[in-house]
Design a protein around this ligand. Structure first.
Ligand code: MD3
Ligand code: FE
Length: 217
């Protein structure tokens, strides 16, 4: 077997069901990762990464930006989806074609046909940064799944239940992994453990996570 075959096997696509409605597609975005990272860089020229402020007045440790018809924003007034980037006063950059195609193909591979996201939230984790346990409930279309793509430094994802105090399991997420969260999985608590200090050829010291959402019903 050639080196190429082993690489293909190692990053070979594999579908695991985490629970009803949630699927991991290992390596699904691996081949497209360089183009995805370039697209992220183009988006952030227009809409730079920023540390948003929580309604409680704390600065978030994960840097964020968005592209698409809406973007997720947080400030002293609360969390919401807004068609305007508060940092620039302009609409968010359009979603790159490669984002839409990949999100749609991944959703279809998990049984969610015709997924058309209207938001891509882009999270950037610096070394040591974590995301505390939370639910995502700001999206009005509650039938649509959320598709997430992991790029760069790996992470340990925490997957809980419908109650904050429910016990959680740990799921490693690597560069190129795609996860689809739909159906009953959609409203479970989840979080990310602190990212290790490492270096990745495409993202440097960062982990980048793209989440595709459908906000408008
Ligand atoms: C399960 N992001 O942006 S992606 C978030 O790695 C968020 O940046 C994490 O949680 C990250 O809100 C996790 C996986 C994910 C995203 C949204 C979900 C899992 C989810 C919504 C519902 C259930
Ligand atoms: Fe979330």
């Amino acid at each position: 077997m050639s080196l190429f075959d082993e690489t293909a096997l190692f990053h070979g696509q594999q579908r695991q069901q985490l629970c009803l409605g949630a699927f991991v597609l290992r390596g699904f975005a691996f081949a497209d990762a360089p183009a995805l990272c370039e697209a992220v860089n183009r988006v952030t020229v227009q809409a730079p990464f920023r540390y948003m402020v929580t309604p409680g007045g704390f600065c978030m440790s994960v840097a964020m930006t968005n592209c698409g018809n809406y973007g997720w924003v947080s400030d002293s007034a609360g969390y919401r989806y807004d068609s305007v980037d508060p940092h620039t006063g302009q609409p968010w950059p359009a979603m790159p074609g490669i984002f839409i195609d990949l999100a749609q193909n991944a959703a279809a591979a998990a049984g969610f046909e015709k997924f058309v996201p209207d938001v891509c939230l882009i999270n950037r984790y610096d070394p040591g940064t974590r995301l505390s346990m939370h639910q995502d409930k700001d999206e009005h279309d509650r039938e649509a799944p959320i598709v997430s793509i992991s790029l760069g430094i790996p992470a340990v994802f925490l997957w809980g239940g419908l109650q904050r105090q429910d016990k959680h399991i740990r799921i490693p997420l690597f560069h190129g992994d795609v996860v689809i969260w739909g159906g009953p999985a959609r409203f479970r608590y989840h979080g990310v453990l602190p990212i290790k200090e490492e270096c990745h050829t495409l993202t440097g010291k960062h982990r980048i996570n793209l989440t595709f959402r459908k906000v408008e019903k």
